[in-house]
Design a binder for this molecule. Structure first.
Ligand SMILES: Nc1ncnc2c1ncn2[C@@H]1O[C@H](COP(=O)(O)OP(=O)(O)O)[C@@H](O)[C@H]1O
Ligand SMILES: [Mg+2]
Length: 202
C-alpha cells in the first residue's frame, strides 16, 4: 500500500498508509545525540500514554502501536476536516465550539492537560470533534494547569478565528461548564488572564 506524507512539523514527520497514521519523531540536528534520544523517547512514550487515556474519555485517534526504540507512534487516521481550516465556514460553528469546551472539560476532569489546544489539533469527523497531538500534554489535577489550557485555546481562537472569536470562546466556556472543577478553574483563569499573555514554553 502506498505511503503518503501528511505533515512535517518541527518535531515529527507524519505518514498515512491505509487507515493508519504514523508519527515519527525525527532527530534534531542541533541537540546532543544522547539528549536527543532521551527527549524523543520520553515524548513519544508520553504522547502514546495520553492518547490511550484520552481515547477512553473523548474522541481521539486509537493508539495502534508504540515503538519506543524507533520513536514511532501508530494511530488511527481520522478522516475529516481540520478545524483550523473549516470552522469559520461551518453553519454550526458555535455548536462545535461548545463541543470543544465539553471535550476539554472531560479531559481536565480526568487529569489530562492537552497542552497545545489549537484548532490545528482538532479534526471534525461527521459531527464529532477529535482531539489530536498530545505531544505537549501532561497529567495534572491542578486548577492552574487547566486554566492555562483554557487560556491557550482562547489565544488560539483569537489568532486564527478573530472574526467570530467572542462567540466561539463564549461557546467553549459554555461547554466547559460540565466540568466539576468549573468554579475553581474559572477563578484561576481570571488570574491567568490578568497575568497577561502566556506562551507555552517548549
Ligand atoms: N490521527 C490523525 N488523523 C488524521 N490526521 C492527523 C492525525 N494526526 C495528525 N494528523 C495531521 O498531521 C498534522 C500534524 O500532526 P500533529 O500530531 O499535530 O503533529 P505536530 O506535533 O507536528 O503538530 C495535524 O495537524 C493533522 O493535519
Ligand atoms: Mg499539532
Amino acid at each position: 500500500m502506498k505511503q503518503k506524507i501528511i505533515a512535517q512539523g518541527a518535531e515529527a514527520i507524519l505518514y498515512k498508509k491505509g487507515k493508519t497514521l504514523t508519527k515519527d519523531r525525527i532527530m534534531k540536528g542541533y541537540r546532543l545525540l544522547e539528549l536527543d534520544e532521551k527527549l524523543r523517547k520520553q515524548r513519544t512514550r508520553k504522547e502514546a500514554k495520553l492518547l490511550e487515556k484520552a481515547g477512553k474519555i473523548i474522541n481521539s485517534p486509537q493508539l495502534i502501536k508504540l515503538n519506543e526504540k524507533e520513536k514511532i507512534i501508530q494511530m488511527e487516521f481520522i478522516k475529516g476536516k481540520k478545524l483550523s481550516e473549516s470552522l469559520d465556514g461551518l453553519r454550526n460553528a458555535v455548536e462545535i465550539c461548545r463541543k470543544i469546551g465539553e471535550n476539554i472539560a472531560k479531559l481536565h476532569d480526568s487529569g489530562i492537560i492537552h497542552g497545545d489546544l489549537t484548532t490545528s489539533n482538532m479534526i471534525l469527523k461527521e459531527e464529532s470533534v477529535y482531539f489530536i497531538d498530545f505531544g505537549l500534554g501532561f497529567e495534572s489535577h491542578n486548577a492552574e494547569d487547566k486554566a492555562v489550557d483554557l487560556h491557550l485555546i482562547k489565544q488560539a481562537l483569537e489568532a486564527k478565528h478573530f472574526k467570530y472569536f467572542d462567540r466561539y470562546f463564549d461557546a467553549v466556556l459554555q461547554g466547559y461548564k460540565v466540568s466539576k472543577g468549573w468554579n475553581e478553574v474559572m477563578k484561576r483563569f481570571e488570574k491567568v488572564e490578568k497575568r497577561g499573555r502566556y506562551k507555552q514554553a517548549y
